[in-house]
Design a protein. Structure first.
Lengths: 323, 263
């Protein structure tokens, strides 16, 4: 048993190092040029957003339409800090300050709204994100209003993006596999039964919401640092929908699904850029087709794992007969 | 000594009084039955005891370790933490989770590691998770679900789903166990096995059990005392033999005697 855990851990480490190394190599060989690097950053940011929203919507079962709101808090906090302290240290402080600010707002918003269920919660979270956006729009002296913040120092590069993306995936998937994570999942499964089994459902809903907001804050901070410009329009309702699309497409309750969907959608968008006038039509059509044939999302609630491949491999082996 | 005292408990929904003026006393270690015709208010009483509904009036007191706690107005999860566990009439398992996960979730209230260990899977996480699995497997073994630990709850046959509900309730480490129609939908053979199981569980875990049941073979066999509910009121309470010959109980179930009806 112990050996199994250790080999699992080593496998994880090797696959992480490989992913990092291969992409770093491609960047240094200029196969991933500066244009594709922007796509890469978008993928990483979208993975963080989707995985964190998946914790709230896919695992805990709370339908939230306000993820862009948390993202904007991270983005503005980090932007304001790095504009004043334009150093790597300022960037790191900015990312974590953004995440913590988003988590605090997530906690405060979660307490009253998470009493609501289903569609009511969706509308409440949507309203919350709009309020945050309007506040940023009107805080002229700090956020520069509708004109947005320009010339935000650029610190994101592949190593940083990798650390934050891999960190998000690992922490959230670890959380899901813990007793606290299972408490969240039990709320999605049956809230009344969860309550009857001693799980304080409000507490765990707020917890999932706060953790999700924390990582959305990180994603927002990375966004500000990557694109060097933010304004309130970026974090509108449609941004929340974009994130939700990734989560639903990948599969509610599947972290690897969110990762795959984020990569897939970024690739599709990149390729569709050459057909600018029909881009959105093709994009929407693709989504519709995928949803017709895979209504549960690409991965359903399953996770991609190495044992999955070995299971497929077993199918080809002659079956052992039991004596 | 009584472990649960219910005093003048009433619950009305608008004009309908589902439970009215119920007094009840459950002694420690007792196996108590709660019977009554459909719609008599049995499940409502369970829901009051477990905090799903807030009583309109009346008092529910739980006495554990020599301390009395009033359960009125407490949320279901804190009532569960005080040591009252239940199963549901219409099975409410975590259907898309494995059998093992269903049981492990019920142990969450006694978990000994915080958020940070769960983010990074620190040693305290590993130690505690190993303990959870060990304890869950013990419970699953008792309820003959050992081999199905990785099966999704929804794929279990009906009888085993009922067993899993009992395992899950036991996992919360209760002092008082409320079973809502544990034998519903079971054939006589399964019911007989369940009857034996319930008695055995009570001994093994030193539990007090209150059960709602329509299957009289089960109730009359194992219950030491029976409360009979009709129209939300307790119409009788006593040993199975007393209940069997109680005139009011017979009337509640079969209607009034035609000869008396004319009087």
């Amino acid at each position: 048993m112990k050996k199994l855990i250790e080999t699992n851990w080593i496998r994880k480490l090797i696959s992480l190092i490989l992913t990092f190394g291969i992409i770093q190599l491609l960047i240094s060989l200029d196969i991933i040029n500066s244009y594709l690097q922007t796509t890469l950053a978008t993928i990483c940011i979208n993975i963080i957003l989707a995985v964190s929203l998946n914790l709230i919507t896919g695992f805990t079962g709370q339908f939230s339409l306000g993820h862009a709101g948390f993202m904007s808090i991270g983005a503005y906090t980090c932007a304001l800090i790095t504009l004043r302290v334009p150093s790597v240290l300022g960037f790191i402080i900015g990312v974590f300050a953004g995440a913590i600010m988003a988590a605090i707002v997530g906690f405060l918003v979660g307490l009253p709204t998470l009493r609501l269920r289903g569609d009511y919660l969706a509308i409440a979270t949507l309203g919350m994100a709009e309020i945050i956006r309007i506040i940023f729009l009107n805080l002229d002296s700090i956020t520069n209003g509708a004109a947005g913040l320009q010339d935000i120092p650029h610190f994101t590069n592949w190593p940083w993006l990798f650390v934050f993306t891999a960190g998000t995936i690992l922490i959230i998937s670890n959380f899901i596999k813990s007793s606290h994570g299972r408490a969240c999942i039990s709320i999605r499964e049956d809230e009344i039964a969860a309550d009857a089994m001693g799980i304080n459902s409000t507490k765990y809903k707020v917890m999932a919401f706060t953790i999700g907001a924390f990582f959305a804050g990180i994603a927002g901070a990375l966004y500000a640092s990557t694109f060097n410009f933010i304004d309130p329009k970026i974090f509108s309702f449609s941004k929340s929908i974009d994130i939700l699309v990734i989560v639903v497409l990948g599969g509610l309750g599947s972290i690897s699904g969110s990762v795959i969907a984020a990569i897939l959608l970024a690739i599709i968008t990149t390729y569709l850029q050459s057909f600018a006038n029909v881009q959105m039509i093709i994009y929407s059509l693709l989504l519709i087709i995928i949803m017709i044939f895979r209504p549960q999302g690409l991965m359903g609630s399953k996770e991609l794992s190495l044992s999955m491949f070995s299971k497929i491999g077993e199918g080809f082996k002659p079956k052992k007969r039991r004596v | 000594m009584s472990i649960l005292t219910v005093n003048k408990l009433t619950k009305s929904f608008g004009g309908l009084t589902a439970v009215s003026n119920v007094n009840m006393e459950i002694n420690e270690g007792e196996l108590l039955g709660l019977i009554g015709p459909n719609g008599a208010g049995k499940t409502t009483l369970f829901n009051l005891l477990t905090g799903v509904y807030v009583p309109t009036s009346g008092i529910i007191n739980l006495n554990t370790d020599g301390k009395a706690v009033t359960l009125n107005g407490l949320k279901p999860y804190s009532i569960c933490k005080k040591g009252v566990a239940r199963t549901f009439q219409n099975i409410r398992l975590f259907k898309d989770l494995t059998v093992l996960d269903n049981v492990r979730i019920a142990m969450h209230k006694n978990i000994k590691y915080g958020l940070i260990p769960s983010f990074f899977h620190l040693p305290s996480y590993k130690k505690e998770e190993a303990r959870l699995i060990e304890k869950s497997m013990e419970l699953l073994k008792i309820l003959n679900l050992e081999d199905k630990k990785d099966e999704l709850a929804r794929n279990l046959p009906y009888g085993e789903q009922r067993h899993l509900e009992i395992a899950r309730a036991l996992a919360t480490d209760p002092v008082l166990l409320l079973l809502d129609e544990p034998a519903a939908g079971m054939n006589p053979n399964e019911t007989a096995q369940l009857t034996e199981l319930i008695g055995w569980i009570r001994e093994k875990f030193k539990l007090t059990i209150l059960l709602i049941e329509h299957d009289m073979s089960l109730v009359m066999n194992i219950c030491e005392r029976i409360y009979v509910l009709d129209y939300g009121m307790v119409i009788a309470n006593g040993t199975p033999d007393e209940i069997k010959i109680n005139q009011r109980v017979i009337e509640a179930y079969l209607g009034e005697d035609l000869n008396n009806a004319g009087d």
